[in-house]
Design a protein around this ligand. Sequence first.
Ligand SMILES: [Zn+2]
Length: 201
Amino acid sequence: MNLSDGAAEPNLSMPAVHDLACDPVLLWEPKLCKVECKPIKVFDDEIESIRKRLLTSMVYYDGVGLAAPQIGLFVQAAIMRPNGTEKFIVNPKILERDGSSRDVEGCLSLPGCSSRGNRGPNLGRLFRHQKIKVEYYDVAGERHEEELKDFDARVFQHEEEHLRGLFFVDHLSNIYKDRVFARFRMFKQFYAKNVSDPVKA
Ligand SMILES: [Zn+2]
């Protein structure tokens, strides 16, 4: 997840593959949707490696959250740092949901656009539960139960959905979804013309 404000100019911070010292974030495409990620059952060195890879890519792309399938790993793991503090979540579940809040969202897999669309800040806002009780496992396999609210809750819900093949656009009505994808196509065209080796999914 990112904090894209839906600015008109495409975001050119997407690096070329050969410049990357991290896993490239995969761009949205149909095959990334509706993929159920596998739960993690064994907490070995591989999990720490996944944590590091997610953290490195999230920091590189300046996101506030990144899920394993966004770097091509179809397991239930994600990293988030909504308020600067990093949280690695394995096999996350939402146990209780309460309230609702509405706000704009963006996603590192849909660069150059956000749910804001192109008609100002009051359109394309997504409802999320304002307060949630969650469980997840950490890198050592220890179970945590926490209550999250506001932006922390929003980022958790966004990342948890990635593990079920869902994107924030799935919450938008067709008219706003079309606007997001129009911007996404514009981003990809602009990027392909201006960068010789674009990141490819
Ligand atoms: Zn996302």
